[in-house]
Design a protein around this ligand. Structure first.
Ligand code: PLP
Length: 394
């Protein structure tokens, strides 16, 4: 029977997009096939002409991948979604698909390291000029946009400093010159922030993070209005081929079923951890978007439904102290992933932001004592005990 009430996100995460085969399986089927057979040559011709509905080839579409795309679209409130092989495939396609030589792109400085490689190294090689701005400063956005600006890229909260960009404010500025806004929403998750409702044109995720949620597979997804996806994304992905594998799509579908319970619990634990560490004498700065002392608390209240599963903290004593702290942890593991069931800690200055010089790192707020903590599903009290014991020994 068809469901005719609007569903809450939790219910959409479990049911949206399910395509049952003739066997009526409960769990989504994994269609590990790169192609499909046709009853007749005429049917094959009609499929290729787009006159008959159906699958052709896994670089274009696949039933398991389509279930994942439809579930993501239903969760995000987007008209269309296209899955990709990784988060970086999603970011790269979302930007490259919109620009040609001579165009201009504006991006916030505080971006995932590989996204900065795209803006700083790759786009200029193809004749696309990039201007980097302080994402938080709307005056810099106003000064940066030009008639040739085609698109803009931001992350909010940004990696790793958890600084916030005013999504509605930036959308209005870039729209005034006819450009689009792409938001990398990984840190907020679809649960706590809906960029499309705030005026963004395109949302991208690395599904490697909270959507898988258990550190198994790489994946990405691009979401937006049907017209945006059709105009820019659909053909670009189809021809260039960064497709998500059906196996990974199946893992992501299973991840989505538990996304809401995991992210809600991880956010609650992150808040408890942040409160417990904020006043520790070895901590010089603690940034958590769910705390009243976040410098942008008012903006967070306006555009997010809750904080984050990540906490940024700076220990006194620079790199040496940060390393002593990390090495003294036992429950929290040293890793560069995030959104995982396991709590993970990263030292951005020597890992994700290693390739930047000191001045560029400083401009992004990445100090030598800064650590990024991704809070997992362990009991908050165990995490607090592990973290405070290690800080006491730092
Ligand atoms: C991890 C991450 C990416 C890249 O995703 P991959 O799946 O590793 O390619 C992009 N943006 C943000 C904010 C990320 O955390």
């Amino acid at each position: 029977m068809a469901i005719n009430r609007p569903l809450h996100p939790e219910s959409r995460l479990v049911h949206a997009g399910s395509l049952r085969s003739q066997f009526g399986e409960t769990s989504e089927a994994m269609f590990l096939t790169q192609g499909h057979v046709y009853e007749t040559a005429e049917e094959c011709e009609a499929r290729f002409r787009g006159e008959s509905q159906g699958y052709l080839y896994a670089r274009f579409s696949n039933p398991t991948v389509e279930m994942f795309e439809q579930r993501m679209a239903a969760l995000e409130g987007a008209e269309a979604a296209r899955a990709t092989a990784s988060g970086m495939a999603a970011v790269t396609a979302a930007i490259l698909a919109q620009v040609s030589a001579g165009d201009h792109v504006v991006a916030a400085k505080a971006l995932f390291g590989s996204s900065r490689w795209l803006t700083d190294e790759l786009l200029p090689r193809y004749g696309v000029e990039t201007t980097l701005v302080d994402g938080e400063d709307l005056d810099q956005w106003r000064a940066a946009v030009r008639p040739t600006t085609k698109t803009a890229l931001i992350e909010s909260p940004a990696n790793p400093t958890l600084s916030i960009v005013d999504i509605a404010g930036v959308a209005e500025i870039v729209h005034s010159v006819g450009a689009s806004l792409v938001v990398d929403n990984v840190f907020a998750t679809p649960l706590w922030q809906s960029p499309l409702e705030l005026g963004a044109d395109c949302v991208v995720y690395s599904t490697t993070k909270h959507i898988d949620g258990q550190g198994r597979c790489l994946g990405g997804v691009i979401l937006g209005a049907e017209a945006f996806i059709q105009a820019h994304i659909f053909n670009f992905l189809r021809q260039t081929g960064p497709a998500m594998s059906p196996f990974n799509a199946w893992v992501m579908l299973k991840g989505l079923e538990t996304l809401a319970v995991r992210v809600r619990q991880q956010t609650a634990s992150a808040g408890a951890v942040a409160d417990a560490l904020a006043s520790h004498p070895r901590v010089s700065k603690l940034i958590y978007p769910g705390r009243a002392d976040h410098p942008q608390a008012e903006l967070i209240a306006r555009q997010m439904r809750a904080g984050s599963t990540l906490v940024a903290l700076e220990v006194k004593g620079g790199k040496e102290a940060a390393f002593r702290f990390m090495n003294a942890l036992s429950l929290v593991k040293i890793s560069n992933n995030l959104g995982d069931a396991k709590s993970l800690i990263t030292h951005p200055a020597t890992t994700t932001h290693q390739r930047f010089d000191d001045a560029a790192r400083a401009a992004m707020g990445v100090s030598d004592g800064l650590l990024r903590l991704s809070v997992g599903l362990e009991h908050a009290d165990d995490l607090i005990a592990d973290l405070t014991d290690a800080l006491d020994r730092t």
